[in-house]
Design a protein around this ligand. Structure first.
Ligand SMILES: [Zn+2]
Length: 252
């Protein structure tokens, strides 16, 4: 019962947060844009996932929580500091996902501030003076208060609310689509890509591990490859989330 109440409360929060668009921009990009993001992030996302993007000349967004560094949890190996350095050197984005992967709506302001500051300090330790400019909500947990809090501190925030950003993008709560092998397949992803291959469209994908035997929150290399091939063949520009913020707002 408690679990059901928690689920209903989280659902209500998400609905209320996405119903109030408070940081909207009118998109102007003539070519559709796609972004690929990896949350937490497992080592396989930094190796197999990055390789699939890089073979096409694309770069991704990696949403980092300090807590996962060097960890093996539930059979998944997570990134180490060498992975972070290599990804950044190759032009991938390292974004913020809170230091301890928290349920943000449950925390007060001071704790949220310290979550962001310690995650930033962790990245400075690994990379020097590099700022994380975009954010992804851990667990997709968002309410209006945390949306306002995060959108004041980051250039853009990505949710797990399913959808395509079209015509108007809410930079405080960008919509995204999962690439999970357990819940989608190449045909469905190709259909989504076809449907969003229009001007003023931004399709953001997210996943976790990229493995032949993926977790429920990950995908096979073949499925990621299918999504990457689909956007490439449909003429999308592919940018990390931070790099898409210019093209959606300003004509080039
Ligand atoms: Zn996460």
């Amino acid at each position: 019962m408690a679990a059901l109440q928690t689920r209903l409360r989280n659902l209500a929060r998400r609905v209320s947060a996405s119903a109030v668009s408070t940081r909207t921009v009118r998109m102007v990009n003539q070519r559709p844009i796609a972004s690929f993001s990896f949350d937490d992030f497992p080592k396989s996302a930094a190796t197999s996932g990055a390789a699939i993007l890089e073979r096409r000349g694309f770069r991704g967004s990696y949403y980092l929580s300090a807590r996962f560094q060097g960890l093996t949890e539930d059979g998944i190996d997570y990134y180490d500091s060498d992975d972070v350095v290599r990804l950044a050197d190759y032009g991938h984005e390292i974004g913020c996902h809170t230091a301890s992967h928290v349920h943000a709506p449950d925390l007060g302001r001071a704790r949220l501030e310290s979550e962001l500051e310690s995650n930033a300090a962790f990245l400075r330790e690994a990379l020097g003076d590099v700022r994380m400019t975009t954010f992804a909500f851990p667990f997709g947990d968002i309410d209006l208060r945390t949306k306002l809090f995060m959108q004041d501190r980051f250039a853009a925030c990505r949710t797990t609310s399913a959808g395509i950003n079209r015509d108007i993008a809410d930079l405080g709560a960008l919509r995204a689509l999962s690439i999970y092998s357990g819940t989608t397949d190449a045909e469905r992803l190709r259909a989504v890509v076809r449907e969003s291959a229009t001007p003023r469209s931004w399709l953001i994908f997210y996943t976790h591990d990229v493995s032949a035997t993926p977790s429920p929150f990950g995908c096979t290399p073949e499925l990621l490859q299918a999504a990457v091939d689909a956007v490439a063949e449909a003429g999308f520009d592919v940018f990390p989330v931070r790099n898409a913020l210019g093209p959606i707002r300003f004509r080039t």
